[in-house]
Design a protein around this ligand. Structure first.
Ligand code: TRP
Length: 336
């Protein structure tokens, strides 16, 4: 049987935080080494444009995310690791797919509907205020990312599931008209990955401004961990692990035995200050080798650029001939 092709993208809007690490980066790095699969990982910098970020933020985030994934051991031999904007075939395929995507399908996208809803709730007369065409047709670009590499499996968070289903719908419609050219992808949602809470106890997210950057300098890292919200129980009072952000984060990094140890400490009434120190030391030990490598890459972006260029060459070896087939199927052909 042909190898499954796994593909996933990371939008370049922000600094990788420990929630990203546990939820997406760590499982992807592990998968990148699996020789039974073909893997494509890319930095979705064209998608970042839909969020109207400032230019420096987009390039800084691209560097930080690429450096983080490389420092954590992304296998760039077994996997193809590239930057979306280095593959001109992707925007070309986007336009081709745009020509055959029903507008009504895009009207139903959750992300677009949420933006409209926010405008209405904010009392705006124009429901489309501030909504760009990039936001509106975001799922078509995402479909091109996926279909360009014949991906069969697309690991994503739950919020992106609909987009992968739309890619599938778009591919189906294309094939109905032009023959069996595109491969239908499936979303892969890992129900087991931990979703971490942030400093304030809400889901860790850039939009809540409650994140702990994965590679914050040691002092800053400690300071942030000390800020994590707890209840007001005193040292010596038994504590519940359920609903404890400190516990959840510890558990996401530690072995089951180490976690059981901490459960015991909670029952015995460990003080919050001690638990915070313990959590800091544990994670710090765990990530400091990768942080050193990250710092090295951040200081020498040429290494990162070279890795991405290498990935782009490999990605285009696949994309260029395949796009020719797609063009030919729809009638964009040489005349003689
Ligand atoms: N939209 C995705 C997100 O915000 C990122 C992304 C872009 C992606 N293109 C993709 C994910 C293709 C999977 C496949 O998380």
């Amino acid at each position: 049987m042909a190898k499954e092709i796994y593909l996933t993208g990371i939008t370049t809007t922000g600094t990788p935080h420990i929630g990203n690490y546990v939820g997406a980066i760590r499982p992807s790095i592990a998968a990148s080494k699996d020789t039974n699969k073909s893997n494509f990982y890319f930095l979705a910098d064209f998608h970042a444009l839909a969020k109207n970020e400032d230019p420096n933020k987009i390039s800084q985030s691209t560097l930080e995310i690429a450096a983080a994934w490389l420092a954590l051991g992304m296998d760039t031999e077994n996997s193809v690791f590239y930057r979306q904007s280095d593959i001109p075939e992707i925007p070309e395929l986007t336009w081709i797919l745009t020509s055959m995507t029903a507008k009504g399908l895009m009207n139903r996208a959750h992300s677009y509907k949420a933006a409209v809803q926010a405008n209405l709730e904010g009392g705006n007369k124009d429901p489309d205020k501030g909504i760009t065409m990039a936001l509106y047709s975001y799922p078509v670009l995402m479909a091109a990312d996926i279909l360009m590499f014949k991906a069969t499996k697309v690991p994503v968070g739950r919020d992106q599931k609909q987009h992968v289903e739309m890619a599938r719908d778009i591919a189906q419609r294309f094939n109905h008209h032009f023959g069996d050219v595109l491969v239908l992808p499936e979303p892969v949602i890992d129900e087991h990955t931990a979703v971490l809470a942030g400093l304030d106890g809400r889901k860790m997210s850039k939009s809540y401004n409650n994140t702990i950057p994965l590679f914050a300098a040691e002092k800053k890292f400690r300071k942030l961990i000390m800020k994590i919200k707890t209840n007001s129980l005193e040292p010596g009072e038994p504590k519940d692990v359920d609903g404890s952000t400190l516990y959840d984060i510890y558990k996401a990094f530690a072995t089951p035995e180490e976690t059981a140890e901490v459960e015991k400490l909670y029952a015995e009434g460990i003080g919050w200050g001690d638990m915070k120190q313990r959590l800091f030391e544990y994670i710090n030990d765990h990530i400091s080798p990768a942080r050193n490598e990250y710092d090295r890459l951040m200081a020498d972006p040429g290494i990162v650029e070279a890795e991405l260029k290498k990935g782009a060459i490999r990605a285009r070896e696949f994309a260029v001939p395949y796009l020719d087939e797609i063009r030919s199927a729809i009638g964009i052909r040489k005349l003689a």
